[in-house]
Design a binder for this molecule. Sequence first.
Ligand code: RM4
Ligand code: MN
Ligand code: MN
Length: 424
Amino acid sequence: MRIEQQVIDQHNQKLDAKHRRAFNYISEDVSDVEALLEKVQKFQIAIPSWALGTGGTRFGRFTGKGEPSSLEQKIEDVGLLHALNKSSGAISLHIPWDIPKDADNIKDLAASYDLVFDAVNSNTFQDQPGQEYSYKFGSLQHVDPNVRKQAVDHNIEVIKHGIALGSKALTVWLADGSSFPGQLNFREAFQNTLESLREIYKHLPEDWKMFVEYKAFEPNFYSTTIADWGQSLLLANKLGDKAYTLVDLGHHLPNANIEQIVSLLLMEGKLAGFHFNDSKYADDDLTAGSIKPYQLFLIFNELVDGMDAAGIDHATGLGWMIDASHNLKDPLVDLLQSVEAIKIAYTQALMVDRNALKAAQQANDVVKAQEILQGVFRTDVRSIVAEARLRSGGALNPVGLFEDISVRTKLIEERGSNSVATGL
Ligand code: RM4
Ligand code: MN
Ligand code: MN
């Protein structure tokens, strides 16, 4: 299914008067609204190929209908999102869940939807049919060199798929760790992981990056071998210039100050980018901004400040990806909501008066600093994000249009009720 531009234009016409009122109202208070809109328009967030189906928990999975059952259909899904919001112009693949059989065809198909390929992700947290060695006790950390080699080879394979598609980064997330005290020698596990990553790193093309993701716990419950940003940064520093730390918002212990982590990683030139999601308790993988929107804004506040200080291009300098899993909502609607929340937080961060904030900080004016940040956070910038979308040819209300033209019903007609997506 493709959404015709004419359908989007008609939808926009209906909402135009209301949108204009809101946009004109806010524009009066923004110093350079054209410059702001340009940045918001450029900002794209990659969609993970594994989040297009309904997710499950360890207790069960309530399958959705009309799920994409092939990589082609997943690209079609991301194409739908991008047509609606003009902000999801990239797809991130997880191998072997989504192996491109004919890379050139897949690339052409993606290009026909105006999509490019973001980071490729390896998977050594599950055993695959026919695999020689098991990852039950880890992969890159494993005590058995044969298991480590198998996991290294898999990552090299993933890089090859990425090269064929035009990706520029490999994301490594490991489930490696231990569930009981005494199970693992921490130093050996770390050293094995480092050596394995070094092998993989050797196979990175010149213009590629390696994103080293960390996660505090789960599926292992006592220790994770790359558990926090310190451990990831240690590895990234030892590996070299092409290695960076990837922050997944759901991978921290409760109440961690993620905005501070981000700020320091940026300062060190070691922030890879993001896996956006939201959570209340653990790695809940909920819609970005659905639980802690203020935190999302504070993170973007540090990102904008740090990127500007380092001269990093907002749109292309870091990897912006969603990593989510949807148990209740239609995955496509959920992704539209996530992208919207991310763009709202980004827009607000762009609107922070940096000079005033700096002056307040220098004067230890705590009240003023809070007023500045909360003043922006409480400003309704949805019409700015909508105007950026409109100028790029997207819909004023992507979720509304998705429902109005019954996208899911059409997908069910095309794909059937029982099609199941690979992924979590
Ligand atoms: C992990 C982690 C990885 C993702 C897998 C599916 O918790 O967030 O980034 O690839 O889930
Ligand atoms: Mn992740
Ligand atoms: Mn995760």
